[in-house]
Design a protein around this ligand. Structure first.
Ligand SMILES: Cc1cc2nc3c(=O)[nH]c(=O)nc-3n(C[C@H](O)[C@H](O)[C@H](O)COP(=O)(O)OP(=O)(O)OC[C@H]3O[C@@H](n4cnc5c(N)ncnc54)[C@H](O)[C@@H]3O)c2cc1C
Length: 407
């Protein structure tokens, strides 16, 4: 392998995707420059986001030594529930134990994105082959036949040029690389946004488990448990079109939504909230020459089913394998087209299809359709064969197996 500064991968963004990719490459001897706009001072101040890690993702975290750091900070959750809020009853309980012969991790790990990036960042800082640039803004890039040049603004405010063999956008949904390449981000944006309320209250005493999807024709929700400190639960609600951010953040409005969901006869202790716009979009291309998109820069989706961060991490490992083979001279650049074929297929046929269907299921208004959906979920959860097939898909193991079949 050539050992000159330009023989490296430039990764933009130290989110879960950029960090996993950098670690997977560096651990195989490939040098990486990892560029992140946030600094040591504010890196851990990011708003709460994704946090459910599916079995397929846990297998990948394990590959880079991350799983063992995350497990003690998370909650092992073998079960998840579907509830009917309208009828106030449990519809179906799914048990990942059905996957015990399919994966060494027959459960999800409830562990928030912030803990994942914190632990992965420690590994990245300790790795001699990762040139980590915090407090550094990536602003533009150029590519030629032999390599790429990224323009960055360093912490002193000076503009620098950085050379590499490939550049990967782990920048998230607002990717500059995607825009510079003129790649369309096809899809749509929901008119309702998602309100996340973080609450210090143990919902298990009402029969809920660590992960719950709750259907309701008027106001569906998701309910997730995160380990502390402080130990807390996140409730997702859809916003209504006329509700402004200012209004939604008022403590009495948050309290009313929570009491409407579950009246507990006293005030909930609210520890935080955030509101975000939900898009369903996939980039028309994941690769153009030496520039490659991964994670939210390539696809975004609703959080119902916890597929955004998970499928982004899967992109990172798929791409790492292709780049490792290219750097070792075992594959040509064409391997990157296979990355695009495999991961665009998953983004469209799994992540988009399933998250759109999940939302429709929770928000369904027609009583007859709701009844039919619930009957089917119940039947599936109670039949071990059907339950396993359902869980193989929801845990994203199917999506990885299917992608492996794509040449
Ligand atoms: C507000 C919000 C709430 C969310 N909530 C949920 C949820 O509840 N459940 C769920 O499943 N998913 C949720 N998501 C989605 C989930 O967080 C993402 O799918 C996941 O984080 C994607 O990882 P990523 O590494 O691709 O990008 P990101 O996590 O967005 O990371 C991108 C990184 O790149 C850095 N960066 C960006 N531009 C530049 C630049 N020009 N120069 C240098 N650095 C740059 C950023 O600072 C950041 O660290 C949420 C997303 C948002 C925005």
């Amino acid at each position: 392998m050539l050992d000159k500064p330009s023989n490296r991968v430039i990764v933009i963004g130290a989110g879960p995707v950029g960090l996993c990719l950098s670690l997977a490459l560096a651990q195989q001897g490939i040098k990486v420059s990892l560029i992140e706009a946030l600094s040591d001072d504010n890196f851990l101040e990011q708003v709460p986001r994704a946090g459910t890690n599916h079995p397929a993702t846990l297998e990948l975290f394990d590959r880079i030594g991350l799983y063992k750091l995350l497990e003690p900070r998370g909650i092992i959750a073998p079960l998840f529930h579907y509830w009917d809020r309208h009828e106030n009853r449990l519809v179906a309980e799914f048990d990942h134990g059905h996957l015990k012969d399919d994966t060494p991790f027959p459960y999800v790990l409830q562990c928030e994105r912030i803990k994942i990036v914190e632990e992965a960042m420690k590994l990245a800082k300790a790795h001699p082959d990762i040139d980590l640039r915090l407090s550094t803004d990536f602003t533009a890039f150029k590519q030629g036949a032999d390599g790429v040049t990224a323009t960055i603004v360093n912490p002193a405010g000076e503009t620098e040029k950085l050379s590499g063999r490939y550049i990967v956008s782990g920048e998230g949904a607002r990717s500059i690389i995607r825009k510079e390449l003129g790649i369309d981000f096809e899809g749509f944006t929901y008119s309702d946004r998602t309100l996340n309320i973080e609450v210090a209250y143990d919902f298990r005493k009402h029969g809920y488990t660590e992960r719950n999807y709750i259907s309701d024709p008027d106001e569906w929700s998701n309910l997730f448990h995160w380990s502390g400190p402080p130990d807390r639960w996140r409730v997702h609600f859809p916003t209504r079109e006329n509700e402004t951010d200012e209004e939604l953040r008022r403590p009495e409005v948050l309290q009313k939504k929570l009491q409407g969901f579950l009246p507990i006869g006293k005030e909930f202790e609210i520890v935080g909230c955030n509101i975000y716009t939900v898009h369903q979009r996939v980039a028309t291309k994941f690769r153009s020459g030496r520039a490659i998109l991964a994670g939210d820069s390539a696809h975004v989706n609703s959080p119902i089913g916890a597929m955004g961060m998970n499928s982004g991490v899967h992109d990172a490992f798929n791409l790492a394998d292709k780049l490792i083979a290219i750097f070792r001279g075992e594959a040509s650049d064409d391997a990157l087209d296979r990355y695009e074929r495999q991961r665009r297929h998953v983004a469209i046929k799994h992540t988009q299809a399933d998250t759109i269907r999940n939302k429709r299921l929770l928000a369904e208004k027609d009583p007859a359709v709701r009844q039919k959906n619930h009957d089917e979920l119940r039947r599936t959860a109670e039949d071990p064969k059907l339950a396993r097939a359902f869980l193989l898909r929801s845990s994203l193991l199917d999506s990885i197996r299917e992608a492996d079949q794509i040449e």
